[in-house]
Design a binder for this molecule. Structure first.
Ligand SMILES: *Cc1c(COP(=O)(O)O)cnc(C)c1O
Length: 437
């Protein structure tokens, strides 16, 4: 690996690019006046990200859950090029195409039972908005006054307003947007951990909340098993099962947001499978195209779709310009086929085993509060937030791309990562966490 480069080896071209970037481009959740450094990326292949100064980093982030087959996979590139030559986009109003049908077929077949009606959109947050609209229109169709949502603390569902309204109110900074955000109901976060013992009475607060407010509640939305950006927590499958039962008892739809967990990340193809639960509405995104393009989907049942369609106005009220973009759909089809052919289950199981071993030394560090792994996700939780400026540089200097947030230092590599690279990722993480104070 070539790690001889450094910031002063940047070409003048790249110096100019990064100066413009710094002056004009927003990055996610950053300051425009005091941004942390941005590392220019020249290219990426497999599990390697090549920086503008020539350094190569082992990718531990999968570009936020999205990269499952590695970067620049030849089959995804070929599918994209081939599709671009015949049909890159066409409006989905009144027109249809093969890539959308092929993707729909696979999603209906692979996702939990009963999810047969597919709405294909362009990003995860939009898929959540679509899910929430479906729940509202379903209950509207039944002439009910159920139009409020309920969720659990520590969740994350996206950055658009309604998605944000069901994110954790503290980490989602609800007070900042209190003038415009709808106020929904929050039950405590699930506490019984995945693989840990079950604490009876876990759902009592949720039950009490539903018992009191069910007349106005249309749906419960949550991330099944893995709470992602809201805390990287893994909870007991029984919580999901009992939540499903409560939704049935109190006539709420269950929306499972599998935008992060879909396509194998948690060790099952979909995390809902850990509890053998079928939601009424399912959101997918992130890894859907193997990170080639942005695409998302919201699936629902025949019952929900029929109710939406039978009542005034007789249609589902959503239709983005780039709905079911053929390029993205075609790449998603290829990515799903690649996943199913790849022996992903074995790979994810192997990654989990190696993460458990490799991150274990963190447990004895005084900085560390918890170490947990599930599927191809490894999390080290510290007692206090990391210093982003120094920790980011330390990882890059050591040839890995790990981007912590708050107290959480975590890795979720592409499934194609080899044992030696994963070993280096884990060893570097342990070494750098030990330097935090
Ligand atoms: C990332 C994420 C979203 C939002 O997806 P975007 O494509 O960033 O809009 C929603 N829900 C969950 C669980 C996510 O991890």
């Amino acid at each position: 690996m070539n790690n001889s480069g450094s910031a002063d080896m940047l070409s003048s071209d790249w110096q100019e690019l990064l100066a413009f970037d710094r002056a004009h481009l927003w990055h996610p959740y950053t300051s425009m006046t005091e941004p942390l450094p941005i590392y220019g990326v020249e290219s990426a292949e497999g599990v390697r990200i090549r920086l503008a100064d020539g350094r190569e980093l082992i990718d531990g982030m999968a570009s936020w859950w999205s990269v499952i087959h590695g970067y620049s996979h030849p089959r995804l590139i070929e599918a994209l090029q081939d599709q671009a030559e015949s049909l890159s986009h066409v409006m989905f109003g009144g027109l249809g195409h093969r890539p959308a049908v092929e993707l729909g077929r696979r999603l209906v077949e692979l996702t939990p039972a009963g999810l047969d009606k597919v709405f294909i959109s362009d990003s995860g947050s939009v898929a959540v908005e679509v899910a929430m609209k479906m729940a509202l229109q379903y209950h509207h169709g039944r002439n009910s006054s159920k139009h409020q949502f309920v969720t659990v603390r520590s969740g994350y569902h996206g950055d658009t307003f309604h998605a944000m309204s069901v994110c954790d109110p503290v980490t989602g900074m609800h007070h900042l947007f209190s003038e415009v955000l709808p106020r929904y109901h929050f039950a405590p976060r699930p506490e019984s951990t995945f693989g840990g013992s079950w604490r009876s009475g876990e759902l009592t607060p949720l039950r009490n909340l539903l018992a009191e407010h069910h007349g106005s509640l249309c749906a419960l939305i949550l991330e099944p098993i893995v709470q992602g950006a809201g805390g990287m927590r893994f909870y007991h499958p029984r919580y999901l099962q009992e939540a499903r039962a409560l939704c049935d008892e109190f006539d709420l739809l269950l929306i499972c947001d599998e935008i992060a967990t879909g396509f194998g990340r948690s060790g099952k193809l979909f995390a809902s499978e850990h509890g053998s639960v079928s939601p009424d509405i399912l959101c997918l995104g992130k890894a859907l195209t193997g990170c080639m393009l942005s695409l998302a989907a919201t699936l629902t049942t025949e019952v929900v779709a029929e109710m939406i369609s039978s009542a005034e106005p007789g249609v589902f009220m959503h239709g983005p310009t780039f709905m079911a973009n053929p390029l993205a759909c075609r790449v998603a089809v290829e990515s799903i086929d690649l996943l199913l052919e790849s022996g992903w289950q074995q790979k994810v199981d192997d990654i989990e085993r190696q993460l458990r071993q490799g991150l274990e030394p963190c447990r004895s560090l005084e900085q560390v509060a918890d170490v947990r792994c599930l599927g191809a996700i490894g999390v080290v939780e510290l007692h206090t937030p990391v210093n982003m400026a120094t920790i980011q540089e330390r990882f890059v200097e050591r040839g890995v791309w790990i981007r912590p947030f708050g107290k959480l230092v975590y890795v979720m590599p592409p499934y194609c990562i080899g044992a030696a690279d994963l070993d280096q990722l884990c060893r570097t993480l342990v070494e750098v966490v030990a330097l935090e104070n």
